[in-house]
Design a protein around this ligand. Structure first.
Ligand code: ZN
Length: 125
């Protein structure tokens, strides 16, 4: 399952980061998921929970933010939302030479650690 391998990769990366920073746990993981990445949000949620079990990431909330797919025509530079299923013909000139600007993202935006005193408030002294 596509979502399972994504979930495992995300959990591995977040857990590695948690260990590196000496964090006891993870409260929240935010992901950017492109419209064309082929990810079913419910399936990703489910797989994330499975992948988390027994790791430092267990109990974390997964927030997947969908990124709209956009393309640009190489001929006339018009940009448009390609939608799903993707429409990759230029709406302006009909050209078929397009550049995908966004929509295939699959990246960790940020991670909120759990079980910490409020470090942000006390850092300066
Ligand atoms: Zn065009």
């Amino acid at each position: 399952m596509h979502e399972m391998s994504i979930a495992v990769a995300v959990v591995e990366q977040v857990e590695a980061a948690a260990r590196e920073h000496g964090m006891p746990g993870v409260a929240r993981v935010r992901l950017h998921v492109g419209e064309l990445a082929g990810v079913v949000p419910q399936a990703l949620d489910f797989c994330f929970e499975l992948a988390c079990a027994g790791t430092l990431v267990e109990g974390a909330v997964l927030e997947a933010e969908s990124v709209a797919a956009r393309a640009r025509c190489r001929a006339c530079a018009v940009e448009w939302a390609v939608g799903m299923p993707p429409d990759l013909g230029c709406p302006s000139c009909g050209g078929g030479s397009v550049e995908l600007l966004s929509g295939r993202e699959l990246q960790i935006l940020d991670v909120e650690w759990a079980g910490l005193p409020d470090v942000r408030a006390g850092q300066e002294g």
